[in-house]
Design a protein around this ligand. Structure first.
Ligand SMILES: *Cc1c(COP(=O)(O)O)cnc(C)c1O
Length: 425
């Protein structure tokens, strides 16, 4: 049997590209010091602000991958010798520690084992009077875990209001309910190759008033990633240096598409706040379908207590190297998933749900997973349909019930996250 190969990305960055964004890139042959670009940039910054969901923050776009924005947060908000706290449970949390150390900070670390989130008591115990900033992820992509941002924000407000809260929401945005202003997050970071469906190369930050105030006094070295300089330029519709013009055009098209998901007869262009809600709900639904399917297929979840809707990390049946799934899905179905990072390689495989994925993609991937398991892992005793039935049932149930009442401060509608805030209602 020969079949054509149609490559599909199921990776948590880069994610599949939105065709309209690709066309916008191809058409973006404009100079960045022109009225044409200023109109585009001003529009995209305004859209991004609605997408991120802040009224008080300024949006800064950088020509870098997501790590550039993480570095900018550290270099702009700290001075050498500042005490900071990093909350980590995976590879991206560890990046915060490395970055803060690179800029001379005294770094306290709260860590949880891979596959888990930290407890609020651990955070409480690690906060010091001198803690100047707290760095965390909304979702830790390397392990498929979701951290509870609002619980940490609330704790800081109550006990350490001097400490800034910086959240890497690079895979949290568009997959998780986030409310920067209401919760009191000072900096929220996103990246282009994640839920906004465009290629890598842009990062963005929403920076709140307390963070801008902090920058008046900090003196770590910064030049290309000087946020105050970028803000000044952004207010005039430009960026300090040559921006990634084509990616900015693509981002505008992607945000139009996301807004359009909430189009109505009265408002055919839609609405970004409502569109983002739909994007999050979409990720939550296909993540839940995927979890139900892999469990029915004899696999287990790497992060069962606080699973993120950005990506699902899966432990294969006992004794099987996760690389088998990566390899077989690619060679037989041209479906690209990811292995575990670092020491998690061989242990888990990861399937992304962020951005331009839908029901059809999800069902197809589950079908391919069944093919791999039935053929390559017969000892698992799985039959065709086991995963699909679980996913189909879950989808049918979800489409019948209106979004369940949130059980947790962080807006989760499934089991509450393991932080278990007592005042969660
Ligand atoms: C992708 C990602 C990043 C950024 O990585 P880059 O390769 O620099 O874009 C940061 N944090 C998380 C949680 C991510 O998923």
């Amino acid at each position: 049997m020969t079949m054509i190969r149609k490559t599909r990305l199921f990776t948590p960055g880069p994610t599949p590209l939105l065709p309209a964004a690709q066309f916008a890139m191809a058409a973006a042959d404009i100079h960045h010091r022109t009225a044409e670009f200023r109109a585009l940039y001003t529009r995209v910054l305004k859209q991004l602000k609605e997408f991120v969901g802040t009224k008080t923050g300024d949006i800064i776009v950088l020509s870098s991958s997501g790590t550039g924005a993480m570095e900018a947060a550290v270099s702009n908000l700290t001075s050498p010798g500042d005490r900071v706290l990093v909350l980590t449970a995976g590879k991206f949390g560890e990046r915060w520690t490395a970055l803060a150390k690179a800029f001379g900070c005294e770094v306290d670390v709260v860590s949880a084992p891979y596959g888990q989130t930290f407890s609020l008591d651990q955070v409480k115990a690690a906060l010091k009077l001198e803690t100047r900033a707290v760095f965390m992820q909304a979702t830790e992509t390397s392990t498929g875990v979701r951290h509870c941002v609002p619980a940490v924000a609330k704790l800081l407000k109550e006990t350490h209001s001097e400490a800034l809260l910086v959240v890497d929401a690079i895979t949290g945005l568009g997959t998780t309910h986030l409310d920067m202003d209401e919760w009191g997050v000072d900096v929220l970071i996103g990246g282009s190759q994640k839920a906004v469906m465009i290629p890598p190369g842009l990062s963005y930050l929403a920076v709140g008033p307390r963070a801008w105030d902090r920058m008046e006094a900090t003196y770590n070295p910064r030049y290309y990633f000087d946020l105050r300089k970028e803000r000044k330029n952004a207010r005039a519709g430009e960026s300090a240096y040559t921006p990634a013009v084509a990616l900015i055009a693509a981002l505008g098209a992607a945000l139009d598409y996301i807004a359009g998901q909430a189009a109505t007869a009265e408002n055919p262009a839609g609405d970004l706040v409502e569109g983002r809600k739909k994007l999050v709900e979409n990720a939550e639904t296909i993540a839940a379908m995927t979890r139900a399917a892999v469990l029915a297929l004899g696999c287990t979840l790497f992060a069962p207590d606080a699973p993120s809707s950005a990506a699902t990390a899966v432990l294969p049946p006992a004794g099987v190297d996760s690389g088998l799934f990566v390899k077989e899905l690619k060679s037989r179905f041209a479906a690209i998933i990811t292995n575990g990072q670092g020491e998690m390689k061989g242990q888990i495989f990861r399937i992304a749900h962020l951005g331009f994925f839908d029901y059809m993609d999800t069902i197809a991937l589950i079908g391919a997973l069944e093919q791999v398991i039935v053929k390559s892992i017969p000892q698992a005793g799985i039959k065709f349909g086991d995963g699909l039935i679980a996913a189909q049932k879950l989808y049918a149930e979800r489409s019948q019930t209106a979004a369940a009442e949130a059980k947790c401060l962080c807006g989760r509608t499934d089991a509450c996250c393991s932080l278990q805030h007592s005042d969660a209602k």
